[in-house]
Design a protein around this ligand. Structure first.
Ligand code: ZN
Length: 121
């Protein structure tokens, strides 16, 4: 039986986790990574989750508005795209159709960044 590391996404043997790492689902190896790197992975996951949800809530939008100001370029970019999507079509249902019809550039950005994958999960 292994344990899932939410940073590297691997299921690893229990001895690869410290007590605290177990609780936080971070393996020892990932725990050695710079904080900024771990934070980027966490925030990226957070943004992908918003796309996957059936609805991007006002609370999510507030969070995205914060992430848009991230010093991390990729996070800021992803947050900006999802924020735009949330303004156009917060509900997942029919979102791609609406984007394809009236917001082609936004749909292209979803494809370029891989965010589209989260939509289909
Ligand atoms: Zn790991």
């Amino acid at each position: 039986m292994g344990h899932y590391c939410r940073i590297c996404g691997r299921t690893r043997p229990n001895e690869k986790f410290s007590g605290k790492g177990h609780k936080n689902h971070i393996c020892k190896e990932c725990n050695q990574k710079p904080k900024s790197e771990v934070k980027e992975i966490e925030q990226e996951e957070e943004i992908f989750n918003f796309v996957n949800q059936s609805n991007i809530s006002n609370k999510n939008i507030k969070r995205l508005e914060k992430l848009v100001n991230s010093n991390n370029e990729r996070i800021a970019e992803l947050a900006n795209i999802v924020l735009e999507v949330a303004k156009v079509k917060p509900h997942k249902k029919r979102r791609l159709k609406v984007l394809a019809k009236d917001h082609k550039e936004l749909l292209e950005k979803l494809e370029e960044t891989g965010l589209i994958v989260a939509h289909h999960i």
